[in-house]
Design a protein around this ligand. Structure first.
Ligand SMILES: *Cc1c(COP(=O)(O)O)cnc(C)c1O
Length: 416
């Protein structure tokens, strides 16, 4: 095939961090709200995804069909040296950014939506479902299912459905049916609607609805973040970055990314730190969702109905209700078990960033590099700027993951 993309950069295998962790990762387990949640996974997830959730294999072959789809949606994504940002900050070292906003759906979420949809379609499934809050995950699911010849239904948290009509339009355009949640389609939705017909909804309710809908219709449910199989699929980000750095003759000395459930961060960082070299690794979270500083490291519910198995992670509690920050993707109460473990043992540092500083970082990045980054990614950029300002004499090479673009989230600039 003749292509002008440098597709050699796309790896042949995904990387699973589990066997390389400093201590065994506590596995998902049943919880008291739901005694058979592990068993339930078998009914709603594609078989291959379950296998990847519990495997100890370090590498997982990426199917050829998935590689081809990765090429179609814009992989490899660029790794760019941010020279104008370096000059603006008067930094004597180098700053690179990996740009996941360059995929056709505008964020890293498509990296896992594609294999999950592919595995479902391979098992003869004709329809998939999921939930979405801010909209990026629903958008990725919508496209990935169309590309694999399946229908999709997305339960979108009602407030977002009302506030982000463009997101709904994009999902419809990609062939998805979008339902505001709570909806009349499921027992959980009907329960909340009867209490309050204009219920704003929540991610927890939307997850419950998608799972119930999948069970009732014998279709499959796709996972957006947190679970280990998702982090493995997202390793494509770090594996590509590593090859791109090699080509540029660079060594990453400081790695920075933002954390909602931990999937773009883990996918970006884990493959690079495989070699065990000394590095500074910073995970950037929202000040309003202080999971690593105020959360507890414990087994907790993934969703607030406790339908999915519990996992051991830093968590603010599944009933945690954050302030309405703009970066919807960072509102999640926990973070993936592998990342939680590495934060606990000190390998990964964490930093909390407030919204004002995020808006400023987004402005600086737009001004210097021309990219309108997603509000979530703005946290990582703010952490990078902080790092440079507090280490002015240094000449280290910093690599930041910019998880998405913010062209559908521009109203954040009317707030600050
Ligand atoms: C969903 C999302 C996040 C947060 O999710 P993670 O699983 O932590 O990566 C961050 N950035 C963007 C652009 C997102 O869409």
């Amino acid at each position: 095939m003749i292509s002008t993309q440098n597709t050699d950069i796309i790896p042949e295998n995904w990387y699973n961090v589990v066997p390389d962790l400093p201590e065994p990762m506590p596995p998902p387990r049943d919880n008291d709200m739901h005694k058979s949640s592990i068993e339930l996974l078998n009914r709603i997830l594609p078989k291959k995804v379950i296998e990847q959730e519990f495997t100890f294999k370090k590498y997982e072959r990426i199917p050829d069909e998935v590689i081809e789809l990765y090429e179609q949606i814009g992989r490899p994504t660029p790794l760019v040296r941010a020279k104008n940002l370096e000059r603006y900050l008067n930094y004597k070292g180098k700053i690179y950014y990996k740009f996941e906003g360059a995929t056709v759906t505008g964020s890293h979420k498509i990296n896992t939506a594609i294999p999950q949809a592919y595995y479902a379609a391979n098992e003869g499934i004709k329809e998939v479902t999921t939930e979405t809050g801010a909209g990026q995950w629903g958008t990725a699911t919508a496209l990935a299912s169309s590309m694999n010849g399946m229908k999709s239904k997305v339960f979108m948290v009602n407030v977002s459905y009302q506030q982000k009509p463009l997101r709904k339009t994009v999902m419809n355009l990609y062939g998805s049916e979008v339902v505001p949640s709570p909806s009349p389609l499921t027992p959980t939705g009907r329960k909340f609607l009867s209490d309050s017909p204009n219920h704003p909804g929540s991610l927890g309710i939307a997850i419950s609805e998608a799972v119930e809908y999948a069970l009732e219709n014998n279709i499959r449910y796709l996972l957006g973040s947190v679970m280990n199989s998702v982090i493995t699929h997202q390793s494509i980000i770090g594996l590509e970055t590593q090859k791109q750095l090699e080509i540029a003759g660079e060594e990453a000395e400081v790695l920075i990314g933002c954390v909602g459930g931990g999937s773009n961060f883990g996918g970006f960082v884990f493959p690079i730190i495989r070699d065990g070299k000394e590095r500074t690794i910073i995970s950037s979270t929202a000040r309003e969702v202080p999971k690593f500083s105020k959360g507890k490291y414990k087994y907790d519910y993934v969703d607030n109905a406790g339908i999915l198995p519990s996992i051991k992670m830093y968590s603010l509690g599944s009933d945690f209700v954050p302030e309405s920050i703009y970066a919807g993707g960072l509102r999640y109460h926990g973070a993936s078990p592998s990342l939680s473990l590495l934060v606990k043992n000190g390998t990964v540092k964490s930093e909390e960033i407030g919204e004002k500083q995020v808006i400023e970082a987004l402005r600086v990045f737009a001004n210097t590099q021309g990219i309108v980054a997603a509000p979530e990614s703005g946290h990582a950029l703010a952490s990078a700027i902080n790092y440079v300002k507090s280490n002015q004499g240094e000449r280290k090479t910093i690599v930041v993951n910019v998880s998405g673009h913010g062209l559908l989230d521009m109203s954040i600039f009317n707030r600050g």
